[in-house]
Design a protein around this ligand. Sequence first.
Ligand code: GAF
Length: 389
Amino acid sequence: MGETTAHVASVAERFEELYGAAPEGVWSAPGRVNLIGEHTDYNDGFVMPFALPHATVAAVSRRTDGVLRLHSEDVEGGVVELPLTGLAPESDRTWTAYPAGVVWALREAGHAVTGADVHLASTVPTGAGLSSSAALEVVTALALNDLFGLGLKGWQLARLCQRAENVYVGAPTGIMDQTASACCQEGHALFLDTRDLSQKQIPFDLAAEGMRLLVVDTRVKHSHSEGEYGKRRAGCEKGAALLGVDALRDIAYDDLDAALARLGDEEEVRRLVRHVVTEDQRVEKVVALLESGGTRSIGEVLTEGHASLRDDFRISCPELDLVVETALSSGALGARMTGGGFGGSAIVLVEAADEETVTKAVEEAFAAADFTAPRVFTAVPSAGARRVG
Ligand code: GAF
């Protein structure tokens, strides 16, 4: 989980075994869960993620010979060696596309990155909707930013990492995950306006208020490079074009009914628009509740968000719906799917005293439905990307 001194030392030792000298440094970047604000980021809207203790740790040294060497503890195979001049968008369909894409994006933006040796080890579950890809990108970007003295801020690194993912990897994702990994702070959720990347850190300490946020990884793997995410994004862009706005963020909640009426027989676009506009409103509600001591009441808003993702955006799946239904019927304050959808994880807000009952109920419901056993853990808002060694 969070990187202990022993873990950092073992990643550095492994680097030395692989590359024959100690690394110049060790960096860490977390995965995230999104509390509320789903599929709003590519509509210039609001999101509210927080960082997990699960992180990707990278031991890195500079090279000056135009070569990038990559190794991951979590993937079978040896060191992968890539000449920087050969890095090209969509040329790589393996895990190395994420760190290599970051190097490509930095160089394309004019930064003098002359090569590196990188060894990675991650505790972020992959395909679980917890941003393992963003953690991999951001840890690489931060290490190179420090080593090459590029002086880029967290949000600038996030933008470059998003470019790596959109152009180099070829996944049409928004900016939330990279910004969460780069900019979140321990004990806080990040209220982010994805239009201008302005941020507000909102104190979020559920334990102090006698609550917990459970993450339930359904073990249904998802991938954003596959078509459905891109289709939703294209549908939202079509909606904005039909309504004559730059992005769906520009439709005010109070004008939603009028906007929907103007969409005529575009039923699918109408559903997408309704989700995005109401979801932006839900983020603002959650911020207001958290800032006014109404934390317990965010549960209802999370549950409304799930219904909107299930019925309007249509990106849930039977496993995610089962988590939400079971959690609510066994006493949870609220629950919803989190992340891109089509599998991955759900979050469940519970009173601390109900944590075990709800967890057990979800596990039993999965067993009864013959679904793979879920992985359940308590999410604690943790630190964003930083140097750890
Ligand atoms: C994925 C994407 F990477 C994010 O940009 C965001 O769109 C999210 O799905 C849905 O809110 O995690």
